[in-house]
Design a protein around this ligand. Sequence first.
Ligand SMILES: [Zn+2]
Ligand SMILES: [Zn+2]
Length: 296
Amino acid sequence: MFAILLPILLSIIFWLWIIMKYDKFEREPLKSILFVFVIGGLISSIPAGIFNQIFLSIANHYFYIGLAENFNFEKSRLFYGFVGINEEAIKATATILLIRKMKDFNEPADALVYAMTVAFGFALFENMIYSMNYGFITFYIRQFNAVPMHIGLAAIWGIGIAKARFLHDGKYLKVVAPYILIAASLHAVYNISTTLIPGSFLTFIILAVCAFFLIRFATRKIKRYTEDGPFSNRLFCHYCNTINFPFERCCKNCGHKFDLEFYVLCHNCNVKVIKNAPSCPKCGAELGSEITPMGS
Ligand SMILES: [Zn+2]
Ligand SMILES: [Zn+2]
């Protein structure tokens, strides 16, 4: 029992540490993370598993992992396409339902943090089921491909959730849908590529490298969003890594103009104010001129 619980516990500590590490200016409370991890993982993995099974029985196709001779490639491609959209859409929906009213969801980086946390909960529950069916070795293997793949893809629609919340008045359905489609397509490609040469060590390495780059993309995005966010009182130049004071408008080292994705700088008191806000919540200065060009 201990031999099973210990790796599961280590996996949870490692991945939650990676997810939380880069959100450094206003870190999410551990209890919110654990809540989203457990509840998000359950409410996404259970319905996604049921829908995958329903799709399989409708397609009358029996799916055997690792047995190439049992593949009907046309049908399995259809199935993988379905798995991608099904799993990514359900994880994104679960994330939105859990965090949209949450008071800790107060900067764009948090959307990615919670999205990746739900996806990790999903991946862990899925992993435990796989391990029960195919042996515990599967648990270790999936730490290097399926788990980072799920976590990394969540960052893609996490960006959509951040934009919907902070730039588009909470229009989640419309704003997040295209990001879900991108993640779903990559998910389908990933699933298909696992079956091209089943059990091959080279496939394992290639997928692990892809998963590593996906995690790097995700953590860099969290880092950038939180550096540009309202809880850091400095301006980070993403060209030369110089840290600037908030009254600068261009990097003092390389001269690049600061262009924050979600915020504008108040021309009066230099705090970061969410784009589209009519006035600065700190000093009350009108910000209209920062949004629409002069004379329009
Ligand atoms: Zn610079
Ligand atoms: Zn101000």
